[in-house]
Write a protein that binds this ligand. Sequence first.
Ligand code: SF4
Length: 341
Amino acid sequence: MSTGGGGGGLRNTARLGWALVTRQRLPYSINFIVTNRCNFRCVYCDAPDHAGDELTTADFRRALDELTAAGMARASFSGGEALLRDDTPELIEHAKALGLFVSLNSNAFTLEPVIQRLAPSLDLVMLSLDGPEDVHDKVRRQPGSYARVVAMLARARALGISTTAITVIGPWNVERIPEVLTLASELGFWAYFQPAYRSCFDVDGGFAASEPADTFRRMADAIEEGRARGRPVGVSPAFVRRLRAGPEFGDCADCTAGHYFATVMPDGTIVPCHLTSGRATYPNGRELGFARAFAALPAVGPGPGCAISPYQESDLIFQLDPSAIVAALRHMRPAPVTGRP
Ligand code: SF4
């Protein structure tokens, strides 16, 4: 798996291979939630309710430096809305200068002024897309937001960035997956899907859908039908198999979160993943140092597993699932534009 390019990429891959063989922890892939603040109030998201203390620019730069020295090869920046912080572009550029594979999750509303500047530093952009325009703008409670997402998907792709969209599924859009996949064919982005949880920070709190098993089965059917029709589906076949087994996805205790991937919260706390961030008292990198905080992470413990697609794709990769590895490699390049068949 490419990580950041050149000799550094090979060195990081070898380091990961050794860590997997010897079952040692390695902070290979880190998600930085730089803020929980957001300019939207989407119907399914409680992240803005958790806004609070945030690391400074210098703290985040230090986190990037220390975790890179400890083996980080991939850094993603997310929120809330990551671009509400004025220093997010600087942090992205710093991560790229360190040789990392860098991605940004955004709702796209304020992406236009910085996309050109960020293009040389971004390997991948993941934008939130909640369905066709009528659904998206209603769920986002923001007229005009769909138009900006579509414009930024096209613009990022034109700048050579691999573009993906993530659609959070609930009763409001479970029937609209085929339309998202058609748009993906027309614009050339990889389409990811995941179910909406009642809380972004509580894997035990259940789902937005009242009949989750039925919702997950319908999701899986629509995604696999799209794949069979040649649509640029982002989630791997292994992820869809896990999704179909929901609402029990396995066991958090078997997940590689906290072993090979983790999340830095806005205040510097390192957690295995944000959905388990309330389950224990986790170490803070600002106080301990970020590499030491990662090494001190307690085990997640038993839990229902999850269907958060970036986390599950990471877990599948670190469990050496071939379909997830192939999907990740494919998605480092923009999806083909195949148009409406
Ligand atoms: S399965 Fe892994 S990523 Fe998902 S909630 Fe459990 S520990 Fe977190």
